[in-house]
Design a protein around this ligand. Sequence first.
Ligand code: ZN
Length: 205
Amino acid sequence: MPVIAPSLLAANFLKLEDECKMLDESEADWFHLDIMDGRFVPNISFGPMIVEFVRKTTKKICDVHLMIVEPEKYTEAFKKAGADQLSVHIEACPDLQKNIQQILSLGMKPGVAISPDTPIADLADILPSIHHVCFMSVYPGYGGQQFIPKSFERIKQLRNMIDEKGLNVLIEIDGGVTTENAASIIAVFKSNDPKGIIATLKAIR
Ligand code: ZN
């Protein structure tokens, strides 16, 4: 069963409590919280204070995605705010292993986020240490973008890498997932013939 993790960026922040309650009553599995610092990405979203408010509205998993530089400075603040899972960007972490160990030592499940132009092979060494990969299927920093088509090939590559290593790492697809393409994305995960599926999808367009 796929895990569904709606991003709070799509919420109406003037009605945050209502929006969170709606999500809490829905079948969503995780709350996905996108943190932007205006440095790693051009936009600024929100910080630990909002995560703390959200935490009070739900017992569901709070999945925090840090699109920030020097995430080690804020790891503890997000733990205190109630994060269950914390992803850091591979592009923002010169010593990624150290970041992952810090997240683990604070009792959160660690994830690594990867932007669309970063080679999947760069994840090889860190995969055994993490709970999930936050796979960016849009460029980080803005809501409402369309799913990048080359993501299908990259997801399959990541799936194969995880399977070859015999690991149990979740793949979280972040960005541009719609009711129209969700079935195709899941199909690419399961299919032995991803190229065939991709070709079929391209033919539809
Ligand atoms: Zn995200």
